[in-house]
Design a protein around this ligand. Sequence first.
Ligand SMILES: [Zn+2]
Ligand SMILES: [Zn+2]
Length: 250
Amino acid sequence: MKLTVVGCSGSFPGPASPSSCYLYEAEGFRMLVDFGNGSLGALQRHVSPFEIDAICLSHLHADHCLDMCGYHVVRSYGPGAPFPKIPVYAPAMAPARLNAAYGMPQEPTMETAFDFTALSPGTFEIGPFQVTAALVNHPVETYGLRVAHGGRSVTYSADTGECDALVGLAGDTDLLLCEASFLDGPGNPPDLHLTGRQAAEHAAKAGAGRLVLTHLVPWHDDARVRADADRGGYSGEIELARSGAVYDLG
Ligand SMILES: [Zn+2]
Ligand SMILES: [Zn+2]
């Protein structure tokens, strides 16, 4: 399984990265997890947009799903279009929300290009991947996603505040891709996002093999986020996500 960080900017695109988007590849199958604003552009540095086989959306905040609108244009009007409907696993409100974001009339809808399946907690197959979804601690319906293949796994926190379910989902995972949106300190709102320290604490409790901090908000100094993580009691390798980074999990 190969993981490519397409976008890792938190809440909005930054100068060095679009919003959240991760490309998972195995056995020639390509799956996107999240499709935040700006990521459709950066995606094309890594793969043709016509060669995506499935999409998972952790939640329906704009920085995780908005480029589905541009991608509808790709699938509907690109050379050789229309392409077969692509499976999209997302919270149940996704078709209505994305139709509104695109400005679709009543008919046709986003469903001309996408075959939506409503996410719920549990384990299911997407192509060669075994995907486990668990609700995490964010103000809207949001799923952390563990993707496993060939005995290796990557667990993505999505957006979350402190969350026992994330620790369970990430148990003994090879790589925890964990959000770190806040700087450590007083006054952070609860049940919304994590700090680097809290991300490291979750990685330690889960026994994760490696921690990659993501959803990095452009107005913060990344070095502060990294320093916060060093205080989380996690003994494994910690690094900051960056757009274009590739992790080959064998
Ligand atoms: Zn977000
Ligand atoms: Zn969010």
